[in-house]
Design a protein around this ligand. Structure first.
Ligand code: TXA
Ligand code: MG
Length: 353
């Protein structure tokens, strides 16, 4: 189906109510709308309508065994979309909702299995973004929403990225400006013996461990080498993701060794006539002689690095970079989420120097 995709802007200081009315009407009618959240833009459809979920998979070109997150506007609604919810889930809801934490519980019957990729569990998230929550409220349902990117590409952190990936495939994109966090929500699975992090995000292992005992990571998401004989518990984590068109290699080790090794690679590839780019930081960007040097920001601010990552990965494609060399980052706190996305983007092409 081909759409004339509309992009409607919402000024966060002065809301135009008609935009949300139109968007909510589309969701209620089984259509899709891209909308901002605090993490990344979402591609929303009615979570209770199997046809809407099918449209989401089609618009993204996403495999239908990869479940969608159900977005709610009121914490109590987790008891409507889920069942057998452990008591300690309340601790997480009180502490981190609304916000960038997705909780996996058993699926209630009202959620069709098309939404959950055939699973008997459901991922539930209460976003803090006001536009997102108002859209859920006004549509009178719950909103199934994966990140609003074409399957395999970096998630979208601005409405312009949604236009790049979804133009002609959906009727409406709400432009709420650039997102504040820039990486997708932390996912924690509460259906096993212990709370397990299936995807690292802004709500860190350390923050979760402060309020819950026994939090673990799915070993696959923190592995820096390609996991053999291990399958990620979040189906989406098994797919190649975020990869730029050029070949991306990440170097880890002491900072000076990393920059000199990257410069050596740049020289080799430039001599062969390739367009070479570097994924750098403010601290190092002047030490490279590549065709394109893109900084994520200062290492002093992990939040800045995270917020820029997906946009920078998209930029490499626009620049036509054939080889991209990147630095690596500390894996404590929010850094774990940055490295998780980078490692996926480079397909475990990470070299210790
Ligand atoms: O920040 C976010 O979470 C964004 C915004 C739009 O809310 N959404 C998002 O959705 O990142 P998506 O579909 O791109 O990523 C959802 C991830 C996938 O890796 C999927 O496999 C996993 O969550 N997931 C969803 N339901 C699951 C379930 N029942 N069990 C295990 N993993 C699940
Ligand atoms: Mg995604």
């Amino acid at each position: 189906m081909d759409y004339e995709t509309k992009v409607l802007k919402i000024d966060r200081d002065n809301w135009d109510k008609s935009v949300l009315e139109e968007a909510a009407g589309l969701i209620a009618a089984g259509e899709l709308v891209a909308f901002p959240t605090e993490t990344v833009y979402g591609l929303g459809g009615n979570a209770l309508n199997p046809d809407a979920s099918k449209k989401i998979y089609a618009a993204k070109g996403r495999p239908s065994d990869n479940p969608l997150i159900v977005h709610i506007a009121d914490a109590k609604d987790i008891y409507k979309v889920g069942r057998d919810i452990p008591q300690y889930a309340e601790v997480l809801m009180d502490k981190f909702w609304p916000g960038p934490l997705t909780i996996i519980v058993k699926r209630a019957d009202i959620i069709p299995t098309t939404t959950t990729g055939g699973l008997d569990t459901v991922a539930v998230r209460l976003p803090s973004d006001e536009i997102a929550r108002e859209l859920i409220r006004q549509s009178g349902t719950f909103i199934a929403a994966p990140s609003a990117n074409a399957s395999g590409r970096p998630s979208t952190t601005r409405a312009e990225h949604c236009v790049e990936d979804l133009s002609g495939k959906i009727p409406l994109i709400i432009d709420g400006g650039p997102v504040t966090i820039g990486l997708e929500s932390t996912i924690v699975d509460l259906t096993g013996d212990e709370p397990m992090i299936l995807r690292p995000g802004y709500i860190t292992f350390e923050m979760l461990s402060e309020v819950l005992e026994g939090v673990t990571y799915d070993p696959v998401v923190v592995s820096t080498s390609k996991p053999e004989n291990m399958v990620a518990k979040a189906p989406g984590m098994k797919y190649r993701h975020y990869a730029p068109k050029g070949e991306l290699v990440i170097y880890s080790g002491a900072a000076d060794k990393v920059s000199s090794r990257i410069n050596q690679e740049i020289n080799d590839k430039k001599a062969q006539g390739y367009k070479v780019a570097v994924l750098a930081t403010d601290e190092t960007k002047d030490s490279y002689q590549a065709d394109y040097i893109v900084s994520l920001g200062s290492r002093e601010s992990v939040d800045d690095l995270a917020r820029h990552l997906f946009e920078v990965l998209r930029d490499f494609d626009k620049l036509g970079a054939q080889y991209i060399y990147g630095e690596s980052f500390e894996t404590d706190g929010f850094g774990q989420a940055i490295m998780n996305r980078l490692i996926k983007a480079c397909g475990y092409n990470i070299i210790n120097v």
